[in-house]
Design a protein around this ligand. Sequence first.
Ligand code: DX5
Ligand code: ZN
Length: 200
Amino acid sequence: MIKVAASILAADFSNLKDELRKAESADFIHFDVMDNRFAPNLALSPVILEAVKKHTRLPVNVHLMVADPIEYIDMFKNADIITVHVEANDAEDALMKIKKLKKKAGIALNPETPAEKVQQFLSIADSILVMTVHPGFAGQKFIMQAAEKTKLLRPMGREIWVDGGINEQTKELVDADVLCAGEFIFSSKNPGEAIAKLKE
Ligand code: DX5
Ligand code: ZN
């Protein structure tokens, strides 16, 4: 069974409560954090995480697209799953800190980063997140070469997530357990139906 994580970065923040209702048939809320260093955008803070937690029953995955993840983990410790990038500083220590807080830990790869870079983190990470767009914004075009990595990662025996440009066509091009999608869900006239299509 394919699971869906609704990426709240693509939501209308002037109406967060209703937007979360649109995503209620998803399996997770995906929550992007950016520091304007690792990625060219500044996004989502702990205050917003509290607002999200108030209006959803779904587990929240915090995706740290930041240069120094270790400095951010305590601020987002109300999340259920915290994902850090292999390209970030001290990624291994960050993963250990997440596990110490008894949270699930994910390791993420940028589109250009080779699959084998996750190898050294596999003893700690519960899941691997493959970025199929460059970190920064919702609504970008899916990168096919990045998607091909999902097939190489499969034998590593971890839950595989993909994030970026996922819709009912591109989902066929990845081998993943969890599909993160922003625009496809939140720009849809019928978000419940969009989520169901991703799960098909
Ligand atoms: C990109 C983010 C993604 C993004 C996905 O930096 O990590 O989670 O919001 O949005 P879509 O599905 O619109 O590409
Ligand atoms: Zn993300």
